[in-house]
Write a protein of this length. Sequence first.
Length: 365
Amino acid sequence: MKKNIIFFLHNLNVGGAEKNFINYANYLSNNNINVKIICLSAKGILKKNIDKKVKVIDLNKKRLKNSIFPILKIINSTKPDILFSSLLHISLLLCLFKKMNFIKAKLFIRPSNVLLTNQISTENKPKYLIILLTKFFLRYADLFFCISDNIFKELQLFKIPTNKIIKINNAIVDEDFYKKSKKPLKNTKRLNKTDYILSIGRLTEQKNHMMLLNSFIQIKKKYKKKLFLVLIGEGHLKKYLKNFVKINNIKKDVIFLKNLQNVLNYIKSCKLFVQTSLWEGQPNVLIEALLLNKQVIATNCPGQTKKNLEHFKNCHLLKINSIDNLSKTILYFLNKKKNTFRLNKTINYSINNSSKIILDAIKKN
């Protein structure tokens, strides 16, 4: 008899958790598992990536609080064997359902970011209530899939038994991974002839684009060749960042691009890949850049540490908000001759490998 699993996502916009869950769902649906994806909103360019065997349920809600009863109704009517969540607030809601005995399904959680740091507001004041709720409710989950050492340590701080934690890498590489990276860039003729620095991620506080933009202002004063900074992503800070770029007279040098179906060709063609996050889980785009043999410069932030990336030789880590150091490092690598790096082949970021780990866990539960 086929097992039934429901994945939970906010939407189908481009994001690491969204990409991974869709990859898991497609793999499982082709391996004798009935798969559903519940979305608060099923809008987003990733929808076309979902296999036809996977049923997408659109709650058409803007906020989780308006989705509580519809989610519970769907769970009780479909009676899934397993619920699978990545985002913290949805995970806590499902844990509450478990505690109250509203649901009988097993609950799998794959935290997408370091948990404690992710609860720090823009004013750096910890949201203690959320942290306390997390510590109390997470114990009701049945299994955790852990994508970084930092997340593993935090789960231990929350007293999660190690026998309930499975380490897993992000599901990134399929048979078309390197083929997609060779496709020509669209609607950006100027990038085909000019070097550019690339950063990909939501335009939010977490990604800390101001560090990169302030650094780029310094670089433009010292680097004599033509150089662009390309930012791919959407978010509530887009207007603010665009205004900052305009005020500082770098509008002609900074290119904002919307979320793209395929970013691998932009990564492959860039001079440097830079990520200045305040915290991460195990960022897809950073791993993609490293796998495509690009020189990467990133912040040494929770979830994105030297230990997590030690098998890569082409990743240079810096302190968060060390703007001068970032500028010097970028200039150094812009002027350096291209290197060839070798990845430790024992590290497996294939979609099939990560998805099989989840399939095995489903069969055991």
